[in-house]
Ligand binder design. Structure first.
Ligand code: NAD
Length: 489
């Protein structure tokens, strides 16, 4: 069993934490390691080390800074399988899903390697006669990522490579439920020879995160997690004068029009709803059929759910792993029951499942609920499990109204063969990520990972140019150099 260590000021350090948590393999229940809930003093150590390292790191030319990221990319490629396996072991998703996640992390490193161009400023000559004006992008200082459990490798990479490339120093606090992947990645970071203090890893849960949010030596926060926590984080970061990009939860609707191709729509919606056991912020959690689309789709999606192969994500052929914890499984089962109580019908019931040989695992099977009441608890609550709720409306206008009535705005998708319907949907849906005949509309690393309404608090998102803007501050210089004031000209 691994005793999880912090990485602070260029060295692995055993935490002096009073409290530690077990890290189970969700497929078996076997304890893989113990993670410390690091006290504020250890956050302070990391913040001081990062602040000290900042002065030299920001002076290191961008072309040199990215050499470290090129090396990191190479190491991530060489350790690709091992990283994917670690994700599956501690998170439960299938090996194929873990590989996809590591690929997304690497893509963000690749984009951040373009920083010599991405962080260029602008110059206007002669804003008045003989006077020039410049806008320069300079790093912000010390940044920190507070991360959720569902993408242990990818999500820190929405911010970290950009922050480092721009000349900031950084602290990562992984989710206390999946700390091992970042430990493996920091073992690789160590080989990349970042100067001491440039990158730091501090484990913990709420109190450790709060120590980061309150620390006066940290200037920028990249948070991803649930909406109630996101709101608290955004307020707390602002109270101590930090800039913050704060991604929250989701409840993503998928609209199916009568002209959609039934076979491919069913397959894509099932992959979206039940992939990663529904624990993706871009998982389809509601499917809204319009008009005649209901005929055929309901049976087809129920069949796809019932046929999904559930088991240990390390086993070939398994399509869906366990959920993250027994508490999470109990919560999901409770929410299914509440849906029944408010009038929904459980057409495919994934509760009470046992996978032979994995009796200690936290398994559910895909669940499909039909006739979910609009605006009821099942419609509104982020279940974050393999549960798809079905609703039916008469027109695309009704469907868009449903999409726009939700609390969240992370993703909405439309399945159709009509260009006009697709354009209307893209134009009118009030969400940040749109899929047209796509079930998981995940932005590539060179696009912002958007999110509207209560799925995001802040202005600049993670990834790409947004991340570069977030991790730099603009300095505007107006200058004049009259000939007569300059020596030896
Ligand atoms: P969570 O909100 O429970 O935890 C996220 C992080 O916040 C963890 O590091 C945790 O230790 C920390 N934390 C917990 N309470 C805190 C507090 N009061 N103050 C400060 N920090 C605190 O989220 P989770 O269960 O790990 O992840 C699942 C959630 O993340 C889902 O709601 C999902 O939709 C969301 N998510 C959103 C996106 C997105 O892009 N919008 C992406 C992935 C996950």
């Amino acid at each position: 069993m691994e005793i999880v260590k912090n990485y602070i000021d260029g060295a692995w350090r055993e935490s002096q934490a009073q409290e530690w948590l077990d890290v189970p393999n969700p497929a078996t229940g076997e304890v893989l390691g113990q993670v410390p809930l690091s006290p504020a003093g250890e956050v302070d150590h990391a913040a001081q080390a990062a602040a000290a390292a900042f002065q030299e790191w920001r002076r290191t030319p961008a072309v040199e800074r990215v050499q470290h990221l090129f090396k990191l990319k190479d190491l991530l490629e060489r350790h690709f399988e091992e990283l994917a396996r670690t994700i599956t072991l501690e998170n439960g998703k299938t090996l194929e899903e873990s590989r996809g996640e590591v690929r997304r992390a690497i893509e963000n490193v690749e984009v951040a390697c373009g920083i010599p161009i991405l962080m260029q400023g602008v110059v206007s000559e002669d804003i008045a006669r003989g006077i020039d004006e410049l806008m320069i992008r300079q790093p912000v200082g010390v940044g920190a990522a507070l991360c959720p459990f569902n993408f242990p490798a990818m999500i820190p990479f929405w911010s970290m490579p950009y922050a480092l490339a721009c000349g900031n120093t950084f602290i990562v606090k992984p989710s206390e439920r999946v700390p091992l992947t970042m430990v493996r990645i920091f073992e690789l970071m160590e080989q990349v020879d970042f100067p001491r203090g440039v990158v730091n890893l501090v484990h913990g849960s709420r109190l450790t995160a709060e120590a980061i949010l309150d620390h006066p030596g940290i200037q920028a926060i990249s948070f991803v997690g649930s909406t109630p926590v996101a709101k608290a984080v955004y307020t707390r970061a602002a109270a101590s004068g930090k800039r913050a990009q704060v991604q929250g939860g989701a409840k993503n609707p998928i609209i199916v029009l009568p002209d959609a191709d039934l076979e491919s729509t069913t397959r894509i919606v099932a992959d979206s709803a039940f992939g990663s056991a529904g624990q993706r912020c871009l998982a389809a959690s509601l499917a809204v059929t319009v008009g005649e689309a209901r005929d055929g789709f309901v049976e087809a999606i129920a069949e796809a759910a019932a046929q999904r192969v559930v088991g240990d994500g390390l086993v070939e052929g398994v399509q869906m792993g366990p959920v993250i914890s027994s508490a999470s499984r109990a919560r999901i089962e409770r929410l299914i029951g509440e849906g029944e109580a408010e009038g929904a019908r459980v057409m495919v019931d994934g509760r009470g499942v046992k996978v032979p040989g994995y009796e200690g695992g936290f398994f559910l099977r895909p669940t499909v609920m039909v006739d979910v009441p609009a605006q009821g608890a099942t419609f509104k609550t982020e279940i974050f499990g393999p549960v798809l709720g079905l609703l039916h409306v008469a027109t695309i206008e009704d469907a868009i109204e449903l999409v726009n009535s939700g609390q969240y705005g992370n993703m909405a998708c439309l399945f159709t063969s009509s260009g006009a319907a697709a354009r209307k949907f893209r134009y009118e849906a009030e969400v940040g990520n749109i899929g047209i005949n796509i079930g998981v509309a995940a932005p590539m690393a060179f696009f912002p990972f958007s999110g509207w309404r209560e799925s995001f608090f802040g202005v600049l998102h993670g990834q790409g140019r947004d991340a570069v803007e977030f991790y730099t501050q603009e300095k505007v210089v107006v200058e004049r150099w009259p000939k007569e004031w300059s020596r030896k000209f």
